[in-house]
Design a protein around this ligand. Structure first.
Ligand SMILES: Cc1ncc(COP(=O)(O)O)c(C=O)c1O
Length: 428
């Protein structure tokens, strides 16, 4: 069994025998495509424990008012479910454009079942057989996995030692590979920091094809004005993807969207399935958007939880990557699995992901954070996975000389990792 990159960010090999994760080897009589055989499906563990901090959801459920508005919207649409939904989801796209601002219009916005489906449609339209996509890892594991599923060749470019991305480095990879698609994740999952808009603009200027900026965590950024949406008027082949799964606390509803030149949604009409977004999903998303200020109020609280968490972890002598998202990457542990397991044994589920030796924890409620801190303190006290020495002054100076956008300690995948295969570090 080959461990695919499915598990790197929010995915991961599932437990053997766990239905739906693909962790059980397929029987040899099944004529699956050769390029899929042996891969492991996405499968972040779904374990019923008191404190779940492993898939970057918003821990605050919809308020009673929001739940009531959603229930009413579903009731309103229920009597029309004999009909197919609005195929082009125009009303929802208008609402999403209004939410995004930046002068965007409905014809520049497209919606689908989660941003994963948006990304899949982008691969279907702009990638595929004989085409190449480039990403900079460690990053969101589904980008290479969807590349695989759509027959697109995936090039794994490396990030800097501090998980940032220097323009020169990105441009060199683009010149070397002439990718049809470039993926930039900002804020990056699982490392946490956002890219400076100048880096994105430089990539747009150099890339021969489409540039996709995955902004799933944009609302949590320390500087929310630094979104790639500002670049759309100047960068015609730029696509910015967003989701309602994180800040909007609507992961269960499956709504993702993009903003781009109107030609992009036009192109996606060719690959989307007819009526891909159900009338129920459209109604739920619109009801949530009408009350956007409610879930967005939790974002401020979660940013605070995240910043407190970063400070607390650093106070424990751990290495911690700067974060613009609702999660924090920390390490380095000689045996991170032992630390992950010891936390789970104490009822706290986090993610074993990212570069070797690092772990990722989602910002939760104050009670969840307190449970996490208690559990980690106990695990560290018993000597599990003692942290490696803190980042040295020399390495920190080298990182800041490179003008990087994030600060952390561990070497990421080496530049030589630029190849047809994802970097080994992200394969859990
Ligand atoms: C960077 C990034 N992009 C996209 C997604 C997919 O989100 P969804 O399909 O729920 O919209 C995730 C989920 O964790 C993510 O981390």
């Amino acid at each position: 069994m080959i461990s695919s990159p499915a598990g790197s960010a929010d995915g991961g090999p599932g437990a053997p025998g766990d239905p739906g994760t693909g962790a059980t080897p397929l029987p040899s009589w099944l004529p699956i495509r050769e390029d899929l055989a042996g891969h492991t499906a996405y499968g972040a563990p779904q374990i019923d424990v008191p404190v779940r901090l492993n898939t970057n959801e918003n821990p605050y459920p919809p308020s009673p008012a929001m739940a009531q508005a959603i229930a009413q919207a579903v009731a309103d649409v229920a009597g029309t479910l004999n009909r197919y939904p609005d195929r082009d989801a125009m009303a929802l796209r208008r609402d999403l454009a209004a939410y995004l601002g930046h002068g965007l219009r409905a014809d520049q916005v497209w919606a689908a079942n989660g941003s994963n489906e948006i990304i899949q449609q982008l691969f279907q339209a702009f990638g595929g057989q004989g085409r190449t996509a480039l990403g900079f890892e460690p990053s969101y594991s589904m980008h290479p996995l969807i590349a695989l599923a759509t027959g697109t060749r995936w090039i794994s470019g490396a990030r800097d030692a501090d998980f940032g991305l220097e323009p020169d480095h990105a441009l060199a990879a683009i010149r070397a590979h002439h990718p049809d698609l470039v993926f930039l994740t900002s804020p990056n999952n699982p490392t946490g920091a956002a890219l400076a808009p100048e880096v994105i603009e430089a990539v747009c200027a150099a890339a021969p094809g489409m540039v996709v900026v995955d902004e799933a965590y944009a609302e949590f950024a320390r500087d929310t004005s630094a979104t790639a949406l500002t670049l759309l008027p100047r960068c015609r082949r730029l696509v910015v993807t967003r989701t309602m799964s994180k800040a909007f606390a609507l992961a269960g509803a499956r709504v993702g969207y993009l903003a781009a030149d109107p030609a992009v949604p036009q192109a996606l009409l060719l690959v989307r399935l007819p009526y891909h977004l159900s009338a129920v999903t459209q109604a739920v998303a619109r009801a949530a958007l009408a009350l956007a200020s409610e879930p967005l109020a939790t974002v401020a609280a979660l940013r605070e939880q995240r910043d407190d968490l970063v400070a607390w972890l650093r106070g424990r002598g751990l290495r911690v990557a700067d974060s613009d998202a609702n999660f924090v990457l920390f390490g380095e542990f000689g045996d991170r699995h032992a630390v992950w397991q010891a936390l789970l044994d104490r009822g706290v589920l986090i993610r074993e992901t990212g570069p070797a030796g690092w772990l990722r924890v989602t910002a939760g409620t104050p009670a969840e954070m307190s449970a996490f801190r208690g559990a980690l303190s106990a695990v560290l006290a018993r000597g599990d996975g003692p942290p490696a020495p803190p980042i040295t002054a020399t390495r920190r100076a080298a990182a800041s000389r490179r003008g990087s956008t994030s600060r952390a300690g561990s070497p990421g995948p080496d530049e030589s990792a630029v190849s047809g295969q994802p970097a080994a570090e992200v394969q859990r």
